[in-house]
Design a protein around this ligand. Structure first.
Ligand code: PGA
Length: 260
């Protein structure tokens, strides 16, 4: 794991955007794994800026989103389909046919999940997966005790996650219990993973996933086994790491050819 500590969310998001940019310029038909939630918002804003001001072209890119709520239509304001269109796709030129988001209304979830996995393989596999982390250590919606070998499937949310995500729903509207999510095994096959975490609320999850034991109780810890994962955090999310100074030194002293 490479731990990249930046002064704040904006600086961290810009580093992530540079990683996306160098991939897309090198491989215009890159396959991107995308995430929702508050964490990637500034990354998406920076990618939109690069598209508008620096001609970063997404026309051949394919995208696969990590997860979606079961039972929410794409038009629902809290669906991840809606989120992606509002916060990313409306500002870049990804072709509609190249956008893949789990279908929360499918009437055959196992079949849908199998096809979703197949579509990723057919596209050539994920080149770059962006991730957030839940306060309970989840990746995508792979809650604690998820199999570290799991594939895209239905999951049931922990109460803590439903509580964390209440802010995206209107007062009185229940957060769904069920979701479709890529599995940890699916995420682990991405060639590169970029995990972003900002704010003090993520400090425990970051500490456990980076420096704790590899275990299904902290799904993010599976990334310790991933060959190319970059963890981009602000000072607050990094504050509980015991080797903080080491990570900072390593990043500040990278040879030029390794910089983003
Ligand atoms: P957040 O969620 O970006 O809204 O904090 C992250 C996650 O649940 O993975």
């Amino acid at each position: 794991m490479e731990i990249i500590i930046q002064k704040d969310e904006l600086a961290g998001s810009k580093v992530a955007a540079n990683i996306f940019e160098s991939l897309i310029r090198k491989k215009p038909n890159a396959v991107l794994g995308l995430a929702t939630g508050s964490t990637p918002l500034k990354l998406y804003a920076e990618l939109i800026r690069k598209h508008k001001d620096e001609a970063l072209d997404f026309s051949l890119v394919q995208t696969f989103n990590l997860d979606e709520y079961v039972g929410l239509a794409p038009e629902h304001y809290a669906s991840y389909d809606y989120f992606m269109r509002e916060n990313f796709f409306s500002g870049v030129n990804v072709a509609d046919d190249n956008i893949h988001i789990p279908d929360g209304l499918t009437d055959n979830i196992p079949d849908f999940c199998e096809q979703y996995e197949f579509a990723m393989k057919k596209a050539g596999g994920l080149d770059l997966q962006v991730l957030g982390i839940g306060t309970d250590g989840h990746l995508g919606f792979n809650e604690p005790t998820s199999s570290l070998a799991s594939r895209t499937r239905i999951k049931t949310l922990l109460e803590q996650t439903r509580e964390d995500n209440k802010r995206f729903f209107k007062e009185g509207e229940a957060v769904p219990y069920h979701v479709i999510t890529m599995g940890i095994g699916t995420i682990m096959e991405a060639k590169t993973c970029v995990l972003l975490a900002f704010g003090e609320g993520k400090a425990d999850a970051i500490k456990e996933m980076v420096e704790g034991p590899l275990c299904a109780m902290v799904p993010g810890s599976a990334l310790q086994m991933h060959p190319d994962t970059k963890i981009i955090v602000d000072e607050a999310a990094a504050s509980k790491l015991s080797k903080l100074d080491y990570y900072k030194w390593v990043y500040q002293n990278k040879p030029e050819w390794q910089q983003y």
